[in-house]
Write a protein of this length. Structure first.
Length: 633
């Protein structure tokens, strides 16, 4: 229903007319939905989820056998059932709808007669009660069990040693599917000397039913080092230094979250009959239904692997006034499953997936925390955070003869693509002399964008759709919180921002001859050949890429994400609180998404469906205000 806020023209209809008829848009019902009618006549469906969760834990101290040894076992059984379709069914609850032509005033009724008896349409209440049913396809069951040994000991007050060994198995299924299985054998060891030098090593032998027997299990390990320099004797001469810790880690992890379950098996489907005749639609068919190979498996499909490197340090100065941390990271993901393979069409079917991809992600994160107490009553504090993360596809099984701009390798994940423009057609001479469009070329007019023929082949087509801007995931995110506390009064504001991000927001004026016009700035005319937007179109149907990159926006923004002001009364400073039987009373008012600074045409952040078209149900970010109190007894 939210689509109506974007696409309904103000003169399409009234939600409901004086005679009780509901409004509808007769020229094109799909371009104007009566949300008020939908809410008024719709039924009600209740969905009830019943969950049964059990968790049994055994925790056994084995100190009598080995000092510092502990055993822990867990078994969990979870089940959930979903009941749906209970409530009021409105399937046959039709009613009269009317449209009044704003030009002629002619009334058009949607239901002129009853489809069942051909008499005049009689509006009736045809709601029916629905008893509800258990939706077997949504029933969920899970069995999880885990056994864990923990060891922890301190030797000579300077050596801290810990070790952990763990086994777990997870079985789960939804509906009637074959259960999913996952098994993990894990160990972890740590050593610290004098609480200054730290060493850690981890290993995991993971198994997943998504891979063949030969590739089902794989071993992954990681290690890390730490050094608290501020505890060294040569650092004692720096009185303002509270903490300085260096740390580094390197390791490899596995990922079985792949798109598909039986990728290592050939899959066959049942259905269809062979045609026995040589030609013609009426040729006889074989009486035997055949099996056919629906997809080709690849028994070499295996775990995706990620090598992770991290270097960082933690710091603290001036007795807690300044604290924070800095991290540099690099992840290299190999054996990424590729589904869109560079296989020629004469292969005969979709190519099997294969571990041929490689992706790199690297960046840094900086956090700064400030905290200062002024006297006994006033405290000011703030947190600042910056994260920069940039990924790059290193290999994607691209066809070798593709030009670089059409290959996925070398681009970001989710790289935005667009046709680009080079000014406008400002005269008919420029239109006639322009590069030909491969579709609807005769619909070009002065005032349209001049689309760039990127590959220079003399025609505008899909090969001129090129990488544009960034991806939909920001490379940089910023976070800042500023707060204070003075006696019982406290408050804070929180800002959040991103940049290096491209978003497509499609708000088309006069689409399908609908009287909806968005604020797009100035339009092209003979007197304004450098406008903000091209000349609007009414009935003509230009090529799909006629708008070029008009709807591609710099998605950077700074948002006032949260703000709060509160006052706390306690029994010490306010004795009347104790007389009422309370330990404290806190009054507050706050808000979310209060303000936005951006070049995007509306406030939707990343809450959009599909590729950003309003017709796909874009939903804007919600602004909220809250007023409340907290009581402590």
């Amino acid at each position: 229903m939210w689509i109506a806020a974007y696409s309904n023209a103000p003169d399409a209809f009234l939600p409901q007319y004086a005679d009780g008829s509901w409004g509808y848009y007769a020229p094109n019902q799909g371009k104007a939905e009566n949300s008020v009618r939908t809410l008024a006549i719709s039924g009600v469906q209740y969905r009830t989820t019943t969950r049964l969760n059990t968790n049994f834990t055994l925790d056994q101290d084995l100190e009598k056998l080995v000092k510092g040894l502990n055993f822990r076992a867990t078994i969990a059984l979870d089940n959930s059932f979903l009941e749906g379709d209970r409530g009021v069914n409105d399937l046959y609850n039709d009613n009269q709808q009317k449209w009044i032509d704003p030009v002629t005033g002619l009334e058009t009724y949607k239901n002129s007669y009853d489809n069942n008896n051909r008499f005049d349409f009689q509006e009736g209440i045809k709601w029916t009660s629905a008893p509800g049913t258990v939706l077997d396809y949504a029933s969920y069951r899970k069995l999880f069990y885990q056994f864990q040994l923990n060891y922890k000991v301190n030797l000579a007050d300077r050596h801290d040693v810990t070790a952990m060994a763990l086994f777990n198995r997870n079985e789960n299924a939804t509906g009637s599917e074959i259960p999913h299985y996952r098994e993990d054998w894990v160990f972890r060891t740590t050593y610290a000397f004098d609480n200054k030098y730290m060493l850690e090593y981890n290993g995991a032998y993971n198994g997943s039913e998504k891979f063949s027997k030969e590739n089902r299990f794989a071993f992954f390990s990681s290690g890390g080092l730490g050094w608290i320099i501020s505890k060294e004797s040569f650092m004692e001469s720096i009185p303002y230094l509270d903490l300085l810790k260096l740390r580094a880690s390197y390791g490899e992890i596995g990922d079985d979250n792949v798109n598909g379950r039986w990728l290592y098996l050939d899959q066959w489907s049942y259905g269809g009959q062979a045609r026995l005749g040589l030609s013609g639609e009426a040729a006889p068919q074989s009486p035997y239904v055949y099996y056919r190979e629906a997809s080709v498996g690849n028994d070499q499909v295996q775990w995706e692997k990620v090598k992770k490197v991290n270097f960082g340090f933690d710091y603290g100065f001036f007795n807690g006034f300044l604290e924070g941390n800095v991290d540099f990271f690099k992840d290299t993901r190999t054996d990424v499953l590729i589904t869109d393979r560079a296989i020629p069409s004469y292969f005969g079917t979709a190519a099997p997936v294969a571990n041929l991809g490689k992706v790199e992600n690297k960046g840094y994160e900086i956090e700064v925390r400030l905290n200062h107490q002024f006297g006994q009553n006033l405290r000011l504090w703030s947190n600042f955070n910056l994260t920069h993360a940039k990924n790059k596809i290193l290999a994607a099984d691209d066809a070798q003869l593709l030009p670089d701009y059409q290959k996925r390798a070398g681009k970001q994940i989710g790289q935005a693509y667009s046709y680009v423009r080079n000014g406008y057609y400002n005269s008919w001479d420029e239109v006639y002399g322009s590069t030909q469009h491969n579709t609807n070329d005769n619909q070009k007019l002065p005032g349209n964008y001049n689309i760039v023929d990127y590959n220079g082949d003399g025609i505008i087509d899909s090969y001129d759709n090129i990488p544009y801007g960034f991806s939909g995931a920001p490379q940089n995110t910023y976070h800042a919180t500023l707060g204070f506390q003075w006696k019982g009064l406290s408050g804070f504001v929180q800002f959040y921002g991103v940049n290096n991000v491209t978003r497509q927001v499609v708000l088309t004026s006069l689409s399908s001859q609908n009287h909806v016009v968005y604020d797009e700035g100035s339009y092209w005319s003979r007197d304004n050949t450098n406008p903000d937007a091209p000349m609007p179109r009414w009935l003509s149907t230009p090529s799909e890429y006629n708008r070029a990159n008009q709807y591609m926006f710099d998605g950077s923004y700074v948002r006032l994400k949260n703000a709060e002001l509160a006052y706390t009364f306690n029994a010490i400073s306010s004795p009347w609180i104790g007389k009422l039987g309370f330990e404290s009373l806190r009054l507050y008012m706050n808000g979310n998404n209060l303000w936005l600074w951006t070049d995007m045409p509306d406030d939707r952040e990343s809450n959009f469906a599909g590729t950003g078209w309003a017709s796909q149900g874009a939903y804007p970010t919600v602004k909220r205000y809250n007023l409340g109190l907290n009581l402590t007894f």
